[in-house]
Design a protein around this ligand. Sequence first.
Ligand code: ZN
Length: 353
Amino acid sequence: MTRDEIVRIYSTSGTTGTPSYIPLTAGDLENWVTGSARSYGASGVTAGQRIVTTYNAGPFVAGAALGAFERLGLSHIPVGTGNTERLIRAIELLGPEAVTLTPSYAAYAAEWAEERGVDLRSSSVERVLVAGEPGGGEAGFRAHLEDAWGARVTEAMGVGDIGPSLFGECEDQQGMHLGARGFVHVELIDPLSCAAIGLRDGASGELVLTHLRHRAAPLLRFRTRDHVQVRMTSCGCGRTGPRLRCIGRTDDMLIVRGVNVFPAAIRDVVTAFAPEVSGHILVRPLAPGVKQDPPLPVTVELARGTGGAGGSSSLADAIRERLREVLVVQAQVDLVPWGSLQRSEYKSKLMER
Ligand SMILES: [Zn+2]
């Protein structure tokens, strides 16, 4: 391959250090669009429908996923990130069947609309396609989003260094299918020992990906830092191969008295207490590093219009008990009033040290 075959160069957002540059040949770009189109196509969007997207094309790999929407025959309405007024107006005026955003932004936009008397449940939107962070696949958080939007929520997932929207979920909502099948190879490892973990039903570990057909700077056994769970049973949609659910970033993994815990899993348990809670949480580990002594401090925000001191202690007790039952983790639950925790139009920070 020669330098003049490179048609595009993206960069990663560099959340773990300096950005890396990702060159693509025309064939690489074509494979990215094909894989992304398969991933988003799994959600059930069909040619002729309209989709509003909130990703910025910008320097990042996610921009390449935008080509997938035209490939699917959708009418693509880009509104970019961070302008909720424009997003909601586009939905009201243009009547899209689908919207794509991060799960945090989906939650934020629903709150924004509700505060202004806009009823998203009666809008044209039938499908909310979420990507960019875990959340869309967590049962409790998904139910919260589906209720707020009156729409079916499915998730997709890409990995900055490997490609956009490699995985996408079908309408069965049982995990993400590998849209980039044939383009990337999937493995799991134990993030601490780096030992390989077999792709058995229910197995979980850090996702490791290898480019199979990428020509410009292909990566071998790239550690994604994403912790995933794998399902191997057959899917109602007929697609075969492993399905993934992202549980969290390997960097966010905590071990509390020998038990692995991810902040997104804590949020999922807490969100099931809606309408008493808002769905916003913050995990505040006391010790540096992975290992934590119990109890693990978890701040839980109450729903709008609640917060009477009377009911709070029994609610905190109930949440603490459920966390112990479901995640086998001993937590210290602190309830805070509506609006105390930071909202995000991009990705939520679920943990603060
Ligand atoms: Zn399926």
